[in-house]
Design a protein around this ligand. Structure first.
Ligand SMILES: Cc1ncc(COP(=O)(O)O)c(C=O)c1O
Length: 469
């Protein structure tokens, strides 16, 4: 496809949807050709809404990915700081995962049945994650949190769920509230008006959710006491990676644990993103606080489409076929995903894995913060383990979501992403948000890669200063 007739067709199809498409009269880029085809039958040309990149004004169309390098269909390369939304903690195309996938192909690659590898994977998760007496696999983080709520409601006989502003738990109706749409009004108790994160929600589910700020023990304790008879569960991201990276203040997780236990309310750690990010025992292993239920995703499979709901024996025993709570699915625990995830987790469980990962990332975050100071650009990086947020506009590190939101300079972030892309660094942009979203690193990011990135970031920061962004 090329030349003027295809160009006319392109304008007809696209209108003004993607102004940055490369409409060269003589030659279209391969990515443009693919995108044009995609746009005919795929809404917005994407399989997932979040893959549209507002800076590129189109999705990235890849030819391959290896280690920490992405290569697009036009041959352009990027050092990757998105890591498939955090799924590829070992980098892309890891040889041990490849070998496991090849073995699964010999075995038939998809079974809607159990195998030795399912038991091995569950056993390994059980040994690594403190709350994982029992393990049930699932396909997505959204599915895992949905099942966690159903189980909590069945176990407690109560309906309401307490969540925190800025925390993300997937896109189903029970939890898709108060993430990044807008700040809701706060009442005198510290409870926050519920805010939908998508069109198509229904008022009926609003009554089932209570939203409060994270990291305020007093508001937490009073809210739980006020609603104790209705509350089935408290769900949180122990580290708020979906608002960049905001850690719990010392004592907060411990207080949550104590207060929920006192009132027979289940504590659910949604570790879809924090799981295995900084410690082989997830955030709960790192902070030494164990939840009743935990959802795992992303790094649990290092690129496999596999997630899990794990938890305390007595609660998990309510799942079918032992108990009355249904949790099942055609694709759940598919052999290929199970064998790939097992190979990945064995590496994460190896000696020294997290020392190396955490030392590398701490070096990288520290050097970026030095660059902010050196170049006199307003901003702070907050990172823990393999995930971080760049808070342009913030002058001091914070544990408070609203402080981060008030200081955040989205224009600076957008300009940074634009310059990063021009300089071969892939940072994803999720569109308008109240704080930065998460970026990340992997075990494939070496010291050399960090230093190369820091050199490029230095000139990007200098340009931003010159432009007065
Ligand atoms: C903490 C958390 N929970 C749940 C989800 C939803 O997971 P999935 O995209 O696999 O449905 C995500 C995804 O980013 C997440 O970060």
């Amino acid at each position: 496809m090329g030349g003027k007739s295809s160009l006319r067709r392109a304008f007809f199809i696209l209108g003004e949807y993607i102004p940055r498409i490369n409409f060269q009269v003589e030659r279209m880029m391969k990515s443009d050709e693919i995108l044009l085809k995609a746009l005919r039958c795929m809404v917005g040309g994407v399989s997932a809404g979040g893959r549209y990149h507002p800076t590129l004004k189109k999705p990235l169309i890849l030819a391959s990915a290896d280690g920490c390098t992405l290569t697009d269909v036009d041959g352009k390369e990027w050092i990757d700081y998105h890591n498939a939304a955090g799924a590829t903690l070992l980098g892309y195309n890891h040889p041990a995962i490849r070998a496991a996938l090849e073995k699964s192909i010999e075995m038939g690659f998809f079974l809607n049945n159990e195998s030795k590898y399912h038991a091995d994977l569950a056993d390994l998760i059980h040994r690594m994650v403190p709350s994982a007496d029992k393990v049930r696999l699932s396909n997505s983080g959204t599915e895992a949190t949905l099942a966690a709520l159903r189980l909590a409601r069945a176990y407690t006989g109560r309906k309401k769920i307490l969540k925190f502003e800025g925390h993300f738990h997937g896109m189903h109706e029970f939890l898709f509230y108060n993430w990044h749409n807008r700040l809701g009004a706060m009442n005198s108790h510290g409870e926050i008006e519920v805010v939908w994160d998508t069109a198509g929600m229904v008022e009926e589910t609003d009554d089932l959710i209570i939203v409060i700020p994270y990291n305020d023990i007093e508001i937490f304790e009073k809210t739980v006491r006020r609603h104790r008879e209705d509350l089935a569960a408290v769900i949180c991201e122990p580290v708020m990676y979906n608002a960049g990276c905001i850690e719990p203040v010392p004592g907060y997780l411990e207080a949550m644990r104590e207060i929920t236990r006192e009132h027979g309310i289940l504590l659910i750690f949604d570790e879809v993103l924090s799981g295995f990010r900084m410690h082989s025992g997830c955030a709960q292993g790192y902070y030494g606080v164990t939840s009743d239920l935990t959802t795992l995703g992303k790094a649990v499979g290092c690129g496999m489409t596999l997630t899990a709901l794990v938890g305390r024996d007595e609660v998990m025993a309510r799942l079918n076929p032992v108990g009355p709570v249904v949790m099942s699915g055609t694709y759940t625990g598919s052999l290929m995903q199970v064998m790939g995830a097992l190979a990945a987790l064995e590496i994460l469980n190896g000696d020294g894995f997290y020392d190396k990962l955490n030392n590398g990332s701490a070096y990288f975050y520290g050097r970026i913060n030095e660059l902010f100071e050196l170049k006199k650009l307003k901003g702070v990086v907050q990172g823990l383990g393999a995930r971080f947020g760049i808070y342009f506009g913030l002058e001091e590190p914070t544990h408070d979501y609203r402080t981060a939101a008030a200081a955040y300079n989205p224009k600076a972030w957008s300009r940074f992403v634009e310059l990063a892309l021009e300089n071969g660094l892939y940072f994803h942009h999720y569109g308008d948000s109240l704080t930065p979203m998460h970026s990340g690193v992997t075990a494939a990011h070496t010291r050399e890669v960090y230093d190369e990135t820091l050199d490029r970031m230095e000139s990007i920061f200098e340009q931003m200063v010159r432009e007065g962004v």
